[in-house]
Design a protein around this ligand. Structure first.
Ligand code: PGA
Length: 233
């Protein structure tokens, strides 16, 4: 299966910094059939030129257009040539996006034929209660999500590992990805403090098909380095 290396910029970088980043990536990254790079920049940068990588929206509302102040919607994304979207990131769930809203968004963008990176992950309290509790929580976060949709990629991102500088242990990632693999044959990403030192080990864990990277991807030279690591892993 093709490796997917995705960068989530969150609400970081200016338009000038992202222009420079994309310019470097467009000239330095040689795509291959084995690897796909996706960048999820802030919405204001979704109109920039992406030649050898894909651009995706970090979030959007499930409507074509209309009276939805402050929201990105389908027509706007399509007009930019965007057909990737991330849904369910824990930072959005923490802002109040519940499973019903996420399921509605998922179904809407699935019907529109978008590729969807759908994020799930447990909090520290659940992690400490053990595997059964974690599996239950992840199953709830997958409720209503069509796991046979071939445009779907699932990103397992334990909340306690995001932005902490310490990724989950390889054995923990393996057991969760094994659990997810029983549910779907689609690509499974790991996210949470992935960087150029741990990426190779993470990509070699069974059932890990790629990574979703936040802070370590904010510098283009680091992201390029990680794309090289992924090519060799
Ligand atoms: P991180 O973020 O790599 O900074 O931990 C990952 C994410 O939130 O997607």
């Amino acid at each position: 299966m093709k490796r997917i290396i995705a960068a989530n910029f969150k609400s970081n970088l200016s338009i000038q910094e992202i222009q420079q980043y994309f310019k470097t990536l467009n000239s330095s990254f040689n795509p291959s059939k084995d690897i796909e790079a996706i960048i999820f920049p802030p919405a204001f940068a979704l109109n920039l030129e992406a030649i050898n990588f894909n651009l995706g929206a970090q979030n959007a509302y499930g409507a074509k257009n209309g009276a939805f102040t402050g929201e990105l919607t389908l027509d706007g994304l399509v007009s930019l040539g965007i057909n990737y979207i991330m849904l369910g990131h824990s930072e959005r769930r923490a802002m109040g996006e519940d499973q019903k809203l996420l399921t509605d968004k998922f179904n809407f963008y699935k019907d529109a034929g978008f590729k969807i990176v759908y994020c799930i992950g447990e909090d520290l309290n659940t992690r400490q209660k053990g595997q059964d509790n974690i599996e239950y929580m992840l199953s709830c976060q997958l409720e209503g999500i069509d796991l046979d949709y071939n445009g779907l990629t699932i990103a397992y991102e334990p909340i306690w590992a995001i932005g902490s500088g310490v990724s989950a242990k390889a054995s923990d990632i393996e057991s969760i990805h094994h659990f997810l693999r029983q549910k779907t044959n689609l690509a499974l990403l790991y996210g949470g403090s992935v960087n150029d030192s741990n990426l190779k080990e993470i990509l070699n864990i069974p059932d890990v098909n790629g990574a979703l990277i936040g802070s370590a991807a904010l510098k283009v030279e680091n992201f390029l380095k990680m794309l090289e690591i992924a090519k060799e892993a």
